[in-house]
Ligand binder design. Sequence first.
Ligand code: KET
Length: 397
Amino acid sequence: MFQHVEAYAGDPILSLNEAFGKDPRTDKINLSIGIYFDDAGKIPMLPSVRAAELQVVAEAGARPYLPMEGAANFRTAVQHLLFGAEHPAVKAGRVVTIQTVGSSGGLKVGGDFIKRYFPTSTMLISDPTWDNHRAVFEGCGLPTQIYPYYDPATGSLRFDAMLAALKQAEKKSIVLLHACCHNPTGVDLTRAQWEQLVPVLQERELIPFLDLAYQGYGDGITEDAFAVRLLGDVGLSFFVANSFSKSMSLYGERCGALSVVCPDAAQAVNVLGQMKANIRRNYSNPPLHGGQIVARVLTDPELRPMWEAEVAAMRERIQTMRHKLHDVLSAKLPGKDFSYFLTQRGMFSYTGLTADQCDRLKEQFGVYLVRSGRMCVAGLNTSNVEATASAVAAVLA
Ligand code: KET
């Protein structure tokens, strides 16, 4: 019956992470998947999140279905987190926010909506981007096309080429933009560049789709929402998928949201309605537990500042590891420039290591990087950073 079902080639990130799990070597180092590990090499349970969960569990009673669009307290808390409670678009009822199964779910639900209401639009994605962007949007039936983004020669943004490409894009194309901590390059637009991008988006009637998966890992929780607020301020209509996987270390709870900023409140009502219809056809409604933890952390006057401090500590620990790796590698290979470890932001550094070099790192040293050369620097710690530097130096030498 299923002879025509071909073998799955695997996912470049998730399958590598599974391979890491099966690797029997005790000194192996996981710098593959975008997960923050603490200095002991563990996925942290943030104290604010733990406290919120205990409260939620203590209060939990019956488990009804959530509405298709998710829990009202979660949705409001997310809007306030992204836009600020006082943002005019929020106040005017122009922002639709739905609770989704991770931000991946938000990308998928948004992609389905775009396919239905902008059937001839193309999805423009950065070169390079998170591998799954292409897979998710093509899975929605949307063609994808790349726009210039990263320059491997200089390790920086090809901003002029990016703008030039977007100026040529078909009207009503969807432009996928990483709101902060670009995956995989760690190279972001500056605030001035975001501001320069706005008129291009407006003139070409492009529809931005922001992916905010690493909020708090760049400059700060509010600072990393800069692009979201800017596009809202200038009156654009756009999508934003955001995640609590990384910012609350809640990967397996699948907590995310999709927000759509609409031109007016009446259109927002219909957009929400069609999102609900799509969710009903897909998985009916989202799960209850994780979203309630998130809502509690975001709205509790004691837990919220605790969480913000915990996010700051994760961000700062990554910075410390970036410096350590940079210093050890620079000492080992004095002729080479490793400053990109210091300038790139968020969980990842794009090392320029080739797929062969990554294979060698894995096979010979048990150091796992995605084969694009992406290193999750959030997997470094005081016990493995020297070994990582030695292994990288060995394959580069
Ligand atoms: N967007 C981006 C840019 C992203 O890197 C991830 C996850 C997601 C969305 C999905 O997050 P969610 O948990 O659905 O809210 N990235 C890491 C894990 C993965 O590939 O699934 C990664 O790049 O390693």
